[in-house]
Design a protein around this ligand. Structure first.
Ligand code: CAA
Length: 259
C-alpha cells in the first residue's frame, strides 16, 4: 500500500512513523487510519526493526478524528468508523514490538486515544492532551472511555471527558497519562535513546513482558500471575534466556538473537 498520510523512516532497527497531515493538524481521516493499520498489520514479522516510535508532523501529534469526515457520518457510518479506529488501537496494543508515542503537540480525541494504545508515552513540554468530544456532541470513539479510565482512574477520566478540557504535558504526567516530559527539542532524541535501550534487551523477553502486562491488567491478579508463571517457564525455552544469564555470569554483554 502506498502511504499518503504517514511517513515511515527506518534506521538502526527502529521504525519512526510520522503522521503527516499538517494542514489538518494530523487529524485521523479514514485513509490515515487505514494506512496506520496497514503498517502495523504487515510489519510485525519484519526483522529489519524491533521498536516503533509514533509522532506527528508540525505542531500536533494528532488533533483527533477528522471532524469533516465525522460530520458526514450517519449512525451506520459512525459505527463503522469507530470499529476501524478501535481495531487500529487494538492492533497497536497487541503489536509484538514495543511502540512509543512521542507526543510533540496536540493529542486530542483520537490523538489521545492513539497515544494511549501505545506502550509508553513521552511528551514534549508543548504537548496538550484532551478528550474534547463532548464539545462536538459526541463521546470518544477510539477507546478513550476505556483506556483513559484504566490509565488515570475513573475520576480523572470522567473529569477530562465530561469537561472536554485540555491539560498540559506536566498535568498529564502528574496524573499518569504520560510517562516522561522533555523540552521540545529533546523529545525525539530521548524517544530514540529509550528505544535503543529497549532494542539492546532480549526482544522475546520484551514481547513476552508486554503480553503479560496487557493481558494481566484486564483480568484478576491470580489469573495475571498464572499467566506470568507460564510465560516465565516458557521463556526458558529460548536461546536469549540462556545467553542472557550466561553473559551475566561470564561478565560480558549479552548478544540477543531474538530466538
Ligand atoms: N479534524 C479536522 N480538521 C482539524 C481537526 C480535526 N480534528 N483539528 C484541527 N483541524 C484543522 C482545522 O479545521 C484547521 O483547518 P483550516 O486551516 O482549513 O481551517 C487546521 O486544522 C488548523 O486548526 P486550527 O486553526 O483550529 O488551529 P488552532 O491552533 O487554532 O487550534 C486546536 C488547534 C485547539 C487543536 C483546534 O484545531 C481544535 O480544537 N481541533 C479539534 C480538536 C477535537 O475536537 N478533536 C476531537 C475530534 S473527535 C474524535 O477524535 C472522536 C474520536 O474519539 C474518534
Amino acid at each position: 500500500m502506498e502511504y499518503k498520510n504517514i511517513i515511515i523512516k527506518k534506521e538502526d532497527r527502529l521504525a519512526i512513523v510520522t503522521i503527516n497531515r499538517e494542514k489538518a493538524l494530523n487529524a485521523l481521516n479514514d485513509e490515515t487510519v487505514a494506512e496506520l493499520q496497514d503498517f502495523f498489520r504487515h510489519s510485525w514479522m519484519d526483522n529489519s526493526f524491533g521498536c516503533v516510535i509514533i509522532t506527528g508532523a508540525g505542531k500536533a501529534f494528532v488533533a483527533g478524528a477528522d471532524i469533516a469526515e465525522l460530520a458526514a457520518c450517519d449512525v451506520k457510518k459512525a459505527l463503522a468508523k469507530s470499529m476501524l479506529g478501535l481495531y487500529l488501537m487494538q492492533t497497536i496494543e497487541n503489536y509484538p514490538k514495543p511502540v512509543i508515542a512521542a507526543v510533540n503537540g496536540f493529542a486530542l480525541g483520537g490523538g489521545c486515544e492513539l497515544a494511549m494504545a501505545c506502550d509508553i508515552r513521552l511528551a514534549s513540554e508543548k504537548a496538550k492532551f484532551g478528550q474534547p468530544e463532548v464539545n462536538l456532541g459526541l463521546i470518544p470513539g477510539y477507546g478513550g472511555t476505556q483506556r483513559l479510565a484504566r490509565l488515570v482512574g475513573r475520576g480523572k477520566a470522567k473529569q477530562m471527558i465530561f469537561t472536554g478540557d485540555m491539560i498540559d504535558a506536566n498535568e498529564a504526567h502528574r496524573i499518569g497519562l504520560v510517562d516522561e516530559v522533555y523540552p521540545v527539542e529533546e523529545l525525539m532524541d530521548k524517544a530514540m535513546a529509550m528505544a535503543k535501550t529497549i532494542l539492546s534487551r532480549s526482544p522475546i523477553a520484551v514481547t513476552t513482558a508486554k503480553e503479560c502486562i496487557n493481558s494481566g491488567l484486564d483480568t484478576n491478579l491470580q489469573v495475571g500471575c498464572d499467566l506470568e508463571k507460564t510465560s516465565f517457564g516458557a521463556i526458558y525455552g529460548t536461546e536469549d534466556a540462556m545467553e542472557g544469564m550466561k553473559a551475566f555470569l561470564e561478565k560480558r554483554k549479552a548478544e540477543f538473537k531474538g530466538k
